[in-house]
Every structure is written in C-alpha cells, then in structure tokens.
Design a protein around this ligand. Sequence first.
Ligand code: G3I
Length: 350
Amino acid sequence: MRLPPFELLLGLLLLGTLNASADTPLKETYAESFEVGVAVQAAQLDRAPESRLITRHFGMVVAEYQMKANVIAPREGEYDWSAADAIVAFAEANGMRVRGHALLWHQSTPDWFLAGGDPAAIRARLETYVHDVVSRYRGRVFAWDVVNEPVGDGEGPYRDNAWYRAVGKAYIDWAFHAAREADPDCLLFLNDYGTERKAKLERVMGVVADLLDRSVPVDGVGHQFHLGRRQTMDGIHEALDAVADAGLVSHITELDISAYNDPGSCFVNRTGCEPELLDDEIAGFLAEQADLYHAVFEAARIRPSVSAVLTWGLHDGQSWLNNFPLRRTNHPLLFDRSLKPKPALQGLVD
Ligand code: G3I
C-alpha cells in the first residue's frame, strides 16, 4: 500500500492539532491533573450561549453569590433556596460537580446572626444555619468554603470582623464542626485571598495550624488568586507548597487576572488607580495574561495536592473587577464580552 506523501500526512497532523486547540474543552486538557470550574450566576444558566460554554469547558460550578447567607437566609428561619437549587440542579443535569461558597463570610452575614451579641445564641444560630444548608446539599456539594476570609490583613492573624468582635476565633471552629457533622464526606475549606503574598500566606497557614492543633476538621485551603498582570510566580508556588506541606488539599477557587496593578491608595480612597486600558494596549495585556494563566495552570498541574482550579466568572462582562476597586473596564477572564475565547484560553488548551 502506497503511503500518502509526507506533506499530506504533515498537513493532516497540523490541521488536526489546530482543530483540536480551537475546540478542545478546557476540562479535558487538565482532566488527568485537576477539575476545572467556573463561578456562575443562576440567570446565566438559562442563557444558551453562556450555559453551552459552561458545560463544554468546565466540569464544576460554584455560585458567585447565590449560595451565601445573605441570599439563602436574609431573615432568621426564612430560607430562599431557589437560586442555589437552580445552580445545583443545572450541575447535576450536566454531570458537573458543585463547590459550595460560602457558609460564612463576614461580608455576606445578615444582621440576625449576630443580633443581641450573646455568644451562645450566636453559636446556636450559626450551627443551625450550617446544618440546614450542608444537609440540604449533602452528597450534591462535594466541597464547601466553610469560612471565607477569616484571616487578617495586618491587624493580626484573625480578621477583625463582626464575628471575631462578637465571639473571638471560636466562630471558625463552630462553622467547621457543624459542617463536618452535617456531611462527614464533604471537603471543608478555609478560603482566602492574597496567599500569593508571603505575609498573608504566613498568617493563613498560622490560622490553619491553630485550627488543626485544636482538631478543627479543615481539609483544605482555597486560594482565591485574584491576580494582577505583573504577578510573579514565586508567591503562587510558595502558597501551593505551603498547603501541601501541611498535608492539606489546595483549590484555586477564584482565579482571575486583572489588567491593572493599582497601588493601595486606589483600594483605600480610589486615588492613584491605573487609567483604563486603551484599545491599542489591550492586545499586549492579553498576551501577558495568557502567559500568566498558563503558568498558574501549570503550577496546579504539577502538584497532586491541587485538585481544582476555578475561574471567578465565565466572561469579562460579568467580572466583579469591572466595579472593584472602581468602575473601569477590565478583562480578567478566559472569554471576552462577546463570549469569544481569549488568548489565555487558547494558550491553555494548546
Ligand atoms: O444579579 C443581581 C441583579 O439582578 C440585581 O438587580 C442587583 C441589585 O440587587 O444585584 C445583582 O446581584 C449582585 C451580584 O453580585 C451580581 O452582580 C449582588 O447584589 C451582589 O451582592 C453580588 O456581589 C458578589 C459579591 O461577592 C458579594 O456576594 C460578586 O458578584 C462576587 O464576585 C463577589 O465574590 C467575592 C467572593 O465571594 C469572595 N472573594 C472575593 C470576591 C469578590 O468580592
């Protein structure tokens, strides 16, 4: 049998590769190493163009805001499960797993949880809430961010939030124990931002060590990894290695890569913020962003301790970074505002 000319074979090979890269689902590219997920809003799941991309490229979803206490239980004893149920049902209908976010966050705590200030009453309310939420989704949510952002940003190991002021660090213990009691099989995470910075990582690992020393059931650390365009990789490697050294699992829970690197003053009083990218500057940023996304995914791929990587949204138009630290067009995710794959996605699946 005469073989087709070498050039034809080479062309077919290249064509196959090119076709594969354009259509290869992101979740398949990394299936041997970790699960790939995306933060979603219930309304997105009814919009075919977005839901098709979600089911094609991701094997996991997390609720961007609709599984937090201010949405599920705005008033004591009154639950609104509608959005959370819709997200979980969508995932199950599409063979996807669900990451729960977040049982307790100081920024999404309705006033009734801490009303009156009596620690026993606060504990009872928290344990009841955690029991009711985790039980409802037992066997359907495989991991929970039990406490989101409990670690300080300089004031000390523990964030000086309303929970800490009311009952000290005990609220963290109560939440983890209540979650474990409600679902013995669920992975329980402490989730925080800034672990790519040495000082914050040391505080996070100090808090985790203290919890483990007191037999609080922590299974893993969620690294939010809200990164900027000039992020270097050393802090990322150190964060993932520190959690592995503690014998815990890492999830990269809220990955996005902002086009801006604002100074602290921008976050404090909106001064010194970087100006909005001009159209002819965007292409340059997207190339840098593609390299950094690839480096972060590679950092996850080479570590068995990293079992999930989730981006904090599907497309640039939905990102919280268009409004934080100020209203400014940002380009942090893998799909653009027209739902087109960006160089970052192409770089990952190639
Ligand atoms: O979609 C509704 C819209 O229909 C309604 O008209 C509007 C006004 O009420 O609200 C819209 O929902 C908002 C939602 O973002 C979508 O934009 C919610 O009010 C708002 O609370 C919600 O903010 C979320 C925020 O957490 C607070 O829950 C952001 O989406 C979400 O990106 C942000 O995520 C946090 C993580 O949980 C923890 N790490 C930091 C991260 C960024 O702050």
